[in-house]
Write a protein that binds this ligand. Structure first.
Ligand SMILES: *[C@@H]1O[C@H](CO)[C@@H](O)[C@H](O)[C@H]1NC(C)=O
Ligand SMILES: *[C@@H]1O[C@H](CO)[C@@H](O)[C@H](O)[C@H]1NC(C)=O
Length: 402
């Protein structure tokens, strides 16, 4: 399922790393580190020089990947030495394809077991052993690692401060339809092909069911996806936007849209305040997306070594933002009509004040990219000047890239 190019890229990165003298290295942890029902392998990179309370980054690999390949295939270890944080590289126990367990009921439940619990045990062990900063634990990954990122953020909102997912699928998307007990290591073809389409409320309910009764703070998240993804269809990006905006209680309409960032042709849509949720749409990019380590590091504030970070569990300065109150309710009730109205107002605000480089359309010739193009009660343009009009539900359609 994973393009061969990952392997050659990882190999190339390994060759590049060889001449660099680094005292610290990837180490396999063989201690009993706590509950690990599926026997996930535990590898860790601890820089020689650490601050007194180091942050922790978890970096699950892709399908057919390994902890060693993830270590060699990105800049995170080098950046960890530069900025003083610890990187945990878990290794999938699923020898058949080295994909993560993102489909079992256990992994999709808080303290329920599965691969996610083994990874969380690694985090707790590391926090304890290295006096880590429990409010600054982050997770990022590509493909299956991006799926696991969304699983961890969903099942363990009390552990992670933020996540960053490249070419993944929404939390719960790989669980087999109609089987509430789930299946370990299940490959959902429907999800991969973008056929698993749900309302924001349905997605939100799936995440909330992972931790029944939890009403605490939720991690912030950024997702990246290529519009030409041939392995995990781009629809999964749109579904993840619905899911996480619902979970975080944010409007599905971006508060800002920035073109050509961090790469030319990539569009960043920001939802809510404090960059609570960011979705990067990478025009023309296939599944093999280019990881943006510096963007991830800045989002997590892991490029800050000491006394310059403001983000952690609890939000900016530990304050729970007022935006995390109630989910956006889009239904056929009267209250929903006013929700739709405010969405429309926000869309026109975005359209009238485009970010630098935004493709704009003259009035009447079609909606701008990511602008609203349909939905009950909506009276604006229904044609898209750029891209195509995609329906989220009866209340909201949006212009998305072709
Ligand atoms: C649901 O998943 C469980 C666990 O893998 C499996 O034993 C069971 O047969 C599945 N049930 C159906 C109806 O597919
Ligand atoms: C981290 O990176 C971001 C983006 O490049 C930058 O704005 C910020 O100042 C950096 N933080 C530190 C502490 O260097």
């Amino acid at each position: 399922m994973k393009p061969e190019s990952w392997i050659s890229r990882a190999a190339a990165a390994l060759v590049l790393l060889l001449p660099v003298a680094q005292a610290a290295s990837l180490v396999k942890v063989t201690d009993d580190f706590g509950a690990n029902p599926t026997k996930v392998g535990f590898y860790i990179y601890v820089p020689d020089v650490l601050p007194s309370n180091p942050a922790i980054l978890v970096n699950p690999h892709w399908c057919h990947g390994t902890a060693q390949a993830a270590y060699a295939g990105s800049q995170y270890a080098t950046l960890a030495s530069k900025h003083g944080f610890i990187v945990i590289y878990p290794n999938s126990p699923n020898a058949a394809d080295q994909c993560w367990d993102v489909s079992s009921q256990q992994t999709l439940s808080h303290n329920g077991g599965g691969d996610s619990l083994g990874i969380v045990s690694m985090v707790k062990w590391t926090l304890n052993k290295y006096h880590g900063d429990a409010s600054r634990v982050f997770v990022t990954g590509v493909s299956s690692g991006a799926m696991m990122t969304q699983v961890l953020v969903g099942s363990y909102p009390d552990i992670f401060a933020a996540g960053s997912a490249f070419s993944g699928v929404p939390f719960g998307c790989f669980a087999p339809a109609g089987n509430n007990s789930g299946v370990y290591g299940y490959w959902s073809d429907d999800c991969a092909k973008g056929k698993t389409v749900k309302t924001p409320e349905a997605w939100g309910a799936i995440v909330k069911a992972a931790y029944p009764g939890y009403s605490g703070w939720r991690p912030k998240l950024q997702i990246f996806h290529g519009t030409n993804d041939e392995v995990l269809n781009y629809q999964n990006h749109l579904e993840a936007v619905k899911e996480w905006t619902a979970v975080l209680g944010l409007s599905q309409t971006p508060t800002s849209v920035v073109q050509n960032t961090p790469v030319s042709g990539w569009t960043k849509s920001v939802y809510g305040t404090n960059n609570w949720f960011e979705a990067f749409s990478a025009a023309g990019v296939p599944h093999n997306i280019q990881v943006q380590e510096n963007t991830v590091l800045a989002f997590f504030q892991l490029n800050c070594t000491a006394s310059c970070f403001s983000w952690g569990q609890g939000g900016p300065s530990g304050a729970v933002p007022s935006t995390v109150v109630t989910p956006v309710v889009v239904s056929t009730t009267k209250a929903a009509a006013s929700t739709t109205t405010s969405v429309t107002v926000m869309v026109s605000k975005t359209s009238s004040a485009p970010a630098a480089g935004t493709t704009t359309a003259a009035a009447g010739t079609g909606q701008v990219l990511y602008g609203q193009c349909g939905g009950n009660g909506y009276t604006g343009p229904s044609a898209c000047a750029v891209g195509k009009c995609s329906s989220y539900n009866e209340w909201y359609s949006q212009c998305i890239p072709l």
